[in-house]
Design a binder for this molecule. Structure first.
Ligand code: SAM
Length: 223
């Protein structure tokens, strides 16, 4: 059997170490999120006996004012800045979202990806009387949290929360949810669904006045 010369082995090992260091450096943010989401978070949930999303909701119920959407947003932002990172759109991009909603003044607004309801509260608080928001969330636990968030913020009358995959719900918008036309769509679910769902909205014969993608998984990093 051929043996690799020790110098070659050492060079190979050094190269490997450098490659790992380079990858860690280039993807440090991503690796930190993975470490947090897939290692620390499950351990913490096990220890606490609840989930991060339940903790966010509990924080809102304890620190925000019922019927005051602004205080709900502030409570979520504070919690996610100081305690646990979460994939809400966050205040920075939220201000861009506010500006678009104010400018477009949609009568019927669709959101794909509600998570805990942060952006739903954000957009619904700016809707004009009679306007409505429909938000679709894949995960039924998140959809339930979103509903409770909206109830607490006093926005339940202008928002319909639908649990299920966007690709199943979009074709039902007209018949089941009485949506004739969409004035604005906020795409904030998984990125690989942005294009197929936009095309699906087109073929589902909704006249979409405007498409908006502020982008998902952005939020405040933990302090
Ligand atoms: C970035 S988070 C949404 C954050 C939320 N818009 C906010 O700012 O508060 C993405 C959410 O999209 C949901 N999602 C992913 N794929 C989906 C799909 N095909 N249909 C509906 N929701 C989906 C995920 O469960 C997750 O809760």
């Amino acid at each position: 059997m051929l043996e690799a010369p020790p110098l070659l082995l050492a060079a190979f090992s050094l190269g490997l170490v450098l490659l790992v260091l380079l990858l860690c450096h280039s993807y440090s943010g991503f690796l930190l999120i993975c470490w947090n989401e897939f290692v620390l978070q499950p351990l913490y949930n096990l220890f606490m006996g609840d989930t991060k999303e339940q903790r966010i909701l509990r924080h809102v119920l304890q620190h925000a004012v019922a019927g005051d959407p602004q205080s709900v947003l502030e409570a979520i932002d504070t919690y996610c800045l100081q305690k646990e990172w979460a994939m809400n759109v966050g205040d920075k991009k939220g201000q861009i979202l506010d500006a678009v909603v104010r400018e477009q003044r949609p009568s019927v607004l669709l959101e794909l990806g509600a998570y805990c309801g942060y952006s739903a509260v954000r957009m619904a608080r700016l809707l004009e009387p009679g306007a409505r928001l429909l938000t679709i969330e894949l995960n039924p636990d998140y959809a339930a949290i979103t509903q409770q968030m909206l109830d607490f913020a006093g926005l339940q009358d202008r928002v319909t929360v639908v649990a299920g995959p966007s690709q199943d719900i979009i074709p039902q918008l007209k018949k089941k949810y009485d949506v004739d036309m969409l004035d604005m769509v906020f795409l904030d679910h998984w990125k690989d669904r942005y294009l197929p769902d936009t095309l699906l909205l087109e073929v589902s014969s909704h006249l979409v006045h405007m498409g908006l993608s502020v982008g998902g998984c952005a939020g405040a990093a933990p302090g």
